[in-house]
Design a protein. Structure first.
Length: 218
């Protein structure tokens, strides 16, 4: 995952954790929320991967048991190596073993990613905080922009995830201005597809299109 993409995901998670007015958070507060968020993310991912590894090990054991108890191998002399059973174990066991290896390497990568993300000089955390700080300064204007273009929608009833994704994208488009417009939009749509409702991507795309036209962005 590219640094900016990771930063946008981190910013989205950061926005989701706010439990008071955005302007009340100091930079230290933002860093603390990121620290807690990343730890929760990596902990959840680790738990899921461990579960997946356990399932893969059980699958491999079942395949090997099936192979050993298949009539093809039961009729072979004692002490000889089992032969693969056609259509079931000829390649499956090796593939499962490979998946287990990949999952275990991913667990290690998650640990490395946590240390990297939490580095005070890291680009990922720095950009996520930059997005949050710009929103702190311009939150009223940004929410007014969203409300203006979300016609026939009550701003207070918009899905919070959609609002947060729009907030991040508008900060990048109107205030930071150093990422290509297409990248910002594409990344916002990816966040919507990953975290929000089925209709969110088209809704967010429509709002951002209006922002781009209104501000003459190219």
């Amino acid at each position: 995952m590219q640094a900016r993409r990771a930063a946008r995901e981190l910013a989205f998670i950061l926005f989701s954790q706010f439990d008071k007015k955005i302007t009340n958070y100091s930079k230290s507060d933002l860093e603390d929320i990121i620290l807690k968020s990343v730890r929760i993310l990596t902990s959840n991912a680790s738990d899921e991967l461990k579960t997946a590894v356990g399932s893969l090990v059980a699958m491999r054991d079942n395949i090997e048991t099936y192979e050993a108890e298949h009539e093809t191998n039961l009729n072979r002399p004692l002490g000889v190596t089992n032969v693969p059973v056609p259509y079931m174990t000829s390649d499956m066991s090796a593939r499962v073993t490979e998946m287990i290896d990949i999952a275990e390497k991913t667990l290690l990568a998650l640990e490395i990613a946590e240390f990297t993300t939490l580095d005070s000089q890291n680009e990922v955390k720095g950009y996520a905080i930059e997005i949050a700080e710009y929103f702190q300064k311009h939150n009223k204007e940004i929410d007014e922009i969203i409300q203006k273009h979300a016609r026939n929608w009550d701003f207070q009833r918009l899905v919070k995830m959609d609002k947060d994704i729009l907030r991040i994208a508008i900060v990048e488009l109107l205030y930071i201005k150093d990422a290509p417009m297409k990248v910002v939009i594409d990344e916002a749509l990816e966040l919507a597809k990953k975290y929000s409702t089925d209709d969110s991507a088209s809704f967010i795309n429509g709002i951002l299109a209006k922002v781009i036209v209104e501000n003459g962005l190219k």
